[in-house]
Design a protein. Structure first.
Length: 154
């Protein structure tokens, strides 16, 4: 089992749960909104078409060779039209700053984010780094240069 070490921001509410897996087979950990004290009572409301950086109140240290992918919650996306704008967002292993989630409301009604709400899921994933090389020739494949629908319909 791999360990991710978390640290709360000085202002963060310690009553808000750390990221956690909701079931034994879950790939993603739930991330929660941990709003600064001045925003806790009112929360954050996203009008249709609006976006906001929602704080988690956390910093973290990931194992070398990994990233934390920030992904939308499927229920929020399906039922409310709210998603992670830069999905998947990436937290790099060498980043130690505050972690926030960029939410966007693609729905047709305002969406309220309350202090402590589950706002996204985080998936720990391995990362490979490549050596970059310029080449005069690339190997041929059966697909070749076909793209954007070239392998079938729709």
């Amino acid at each position: 089992m791999t360990t991710i070490r978390f640290q709360r921001e000085d202002w963060a509410d310690p009553a808000i749960a750390l990221p956690a897996y909701a079931s034994p087979g879950a790939a993603g950990m739930d991330l929660r909104a941990n709003l600064p004290p001045a925003e806790r009572a009112a929360g954050i409301t996203l009008a249709p078409g609006a976006r906001a950086l929602v704080p988690t109140g956390l910093r973290m240290a990931l194992p070398e060779g990994t990233e934390l992918q920030i992904r939308p919650r499927s229920g929020m996306a399906l039922h409310r039209g709210v998603t992670v704008l830069n999905a998947p967002g990436t937290v790099d292993a060498d980043y130690r700053g505050p972690v926030g989630v960029v939410l966007v409301n693609l729905g047709d009604a305002p969406f309220a984010v309350a202090h402590g709400d589950r706002i996204a899921q985080a998936v720990l994933a391995p990362v490979l780094q490549a050596t970059i090389a310029l080449s005069d020739r690339l190997e041929d494949t059966a697909r070749g240069a076909g793209g954007f629908g070239s392998t079938g319909q729709g």
